[in-house]
Write a protein that binds this ligand. Structure first.
Ligand code: NAD
Length: 493
């Protein structure tokens, strides 16, 4: 029977070897909502061994893509059937507003449907003939599952981040071990339950809840993991890369960002205000691709700041389960204090705080804060350059296109960027000069399962979603045959 105090290993709910637990907290009330199993390296060993057996001897990698697709579709359906209940679990674990949680879960279900279709297509597309110049040989390139995958995910979109890794890995025929964030572990355990009910064979998906430096580190260092897919912060990504180097592990990294949003002065001011707000206040700004640096052309700058502050003050803040709330609490006390410190630092650095940045008067408990707007942010300040991961937007004026592009690209990150103007030629031109993996024109944040997702520079390595996401979990094998009746004639002639 499913229990948050158990790990899901080899198709069974099992207590952790050392019987450790940690608590999951509701960030709106600060109350403990669950006691959760804390895996250690011994549990990770068991989970990896189960995934290894399922890969080396089990049916999953040997099934046709069509057969795997049926299971994936049932997982998507399982998420949809429990969508309301799962959304409430996400809200209580993470703090996000309920409509956002429902949106995430719809996307997560859609992700399983999408990769079900790609799994089915693999039956016909896995092998491609290669035209060789030497006609004595015939050759094919063949896609095969990479093996046992480890997936380590963050807390900002718990079940959706799991889906982005589990759906393509399973579609490819991999088996896996998933470690959710210790801040939001509950929905990954629910996913294990849904997958088991969907008929996923034992050992194909193992879920180990636990702390990053224990369970996460054990997974990233495990020699029997063939591929490690990580989403999280840059420092942890760097550690994962070092661990992977020891065993030359295939890795993909989705890391942080400090994404720019360029608004030209011919933009519709209402559209600009709304997309800026969506770009940084959606999900409390705890979004890797949040457009947290906004560059506004000088003529529009004062008017836009005024409207932005006015509309931002109207956002209803509160418990994500309450009707009409569009900004919930930050995920935990540490994140809350980190964001408050960033706001204090911004003020010390000479940026002008024109709205928000403190605890709302009506909310005494919980990790709530009013969304903050900084204007005239110095280009060399910490708040302009570093990821805050909270509802804090930094705004600066610019003079012309070249100036905007230069400042937008002046970052060690390159996850996303956005540009807004009525002049579409200008938008298309600017989009092509921005050094980022995702560029939005006249919007910010909409994300599509079909399109590639990932960053340039320190924002990561590799791409998730779309066919790129599937390729993350595939190896390419060359099979070449000598067809000539002539002897090779090198040693024997
Ligand atoms: P984090 O790096 O602290 O944790 C991410 C995961 O890594 C968690 O599961 C954690 O337990 C685990 N972990 C921690 N230490 C580890 C270690 N030593 N070895 C192995 N695993 C370890 O990140 P977070 O605070 O959960 O998430 C926020 C960060 O994630 C932000 O920087 C954000 O930009 C980034 N993010 C990126 C994307 C993207 O698609 N690029 C998406 C979401 C979040």
């Amino acid at each position: 029977m499913k229990s948050y105090e158990c790990l899901f290993i080899d198709g069974q709910w099992v207590a952790p070897v050392r019987d450790g637990r940690f608590e999951s907290i509701d960030p709106a009330s600060e109350a403990v909502i669950a006691s959760v199993a804390a895996a250690t390296s011994e549990d990770v060993d068991l989970a990896v061994a189960a995934a290894r057996r399922a890969f080396d001897q089990g049916p999953w990698p040997r099934m046709s893509g069509h057969e795997r697709a049926q299971v994936l579709r049932r997982i998507g359906q399982g998420i949809r059937e429990r969508l309301d209940e799962l959304a409430r679990i996400e809200v209580r674990d993470n703090g996000k507003p309920l409509p956002e949680a429902k949106w995430d879960l719809g996307d997560a279900a859609g992700c399983f449907d999408f990769y079900a279709d790609l799994a089915a297509k693999l039956d016909d597309s896995a092998e491609t003939p290669i035209a060789l110049a030497d006609e004595r040989f015939t050759s094919i390139a063949r896609k095969e599952p990479v093996g046992v995958a480890g997936a380590i995910i963050p807390w900002n979109f718990p079940l959706l981040m799991a889906a982005w890794k589990v759906a393509p890995a399973l579609a490819a025929g991999c088996t896996m071990v998933l470690k959710p964030s210790e801040l939001t572990p509950l929905s990954a355990l629910e996913l294990a339950d849904i997958a088991a009910h969907a008929g996923l064979p034992a050992g194909v998906l193992n879920v180990v809840t636990g702390l990053g430096h224990e369970a996460g580190a054990a997974l990233s260092e495990h020699p029997d993991i063939d591929k490690l897919a990580f989403t999280g912060s840059v420092p942890t990504g760097s550690r994962i890369m070092q661990a992977a180097a020891r065993h030359i592990k295939n890795i993909s990294l989705e890391l942080g960002g400090k994404s720019p949003f360029i608004v030209f002065d011919d933009s519709d001011i209402d559209a600009a205000v709304e997309w800026i707000m969506f770009g940084i206040f959606w999900n409390q700004g705890e979004v890797c691709s949040a457009t947290s640096r906004v560059l506004v052309q000088r003529d529009l700058y004062p008017r836009l700041l005024h409207r932005l502050a006015e509309e931002t003050r109207r956002i209803r803040i509160g418990n994500g389960l309450d009707e009409g709330v569009l900004l919930g609490p930050l995920v935990n006390r540490a994140q809350y204090e980190k964001v408050l410190q960033a706001i204090a630092r911004g003020q010390e650095e000479g940026a002008r705080l024109i709205s928000g940045g403190s605890r709302p008067a009506h909310l005494e408990r919980g990790f709530f804060m009013e969304p903050a707007i900084f204007a005239d942010v110095p280009v060399d300040s910490w708040i302009w350059r570093e990821e805050i991961f909270g509802p804090v937007v930094c705004v600066r004026p610019f003079d012309d296109e070249a100036h905007a592009v230069r400042e937008a690209n002046d970052s060690r990150f390159g996850l996303a960027a956005a540009v807004m103007s009525r002049d579409l030629d200008r938008c298309e031109r600017v989009a092509r000069t921005l050094r980022a993996g995702i560029v939005w024109i006249n919007c910010s944040q909409p994300t599509f399962t079909e399109a590639p997702w990932g960053g340039y520079k320190q924002s990561g390595i590799g791409r998730e979603l779309g066919e790129w996401g599937l390729n993350n979990y595939l190896e390419t094998k060359q099979i070449t045959r000598y067809d000539s009746s002539e002897p090779w004639g090198w040693y024997l002639n």
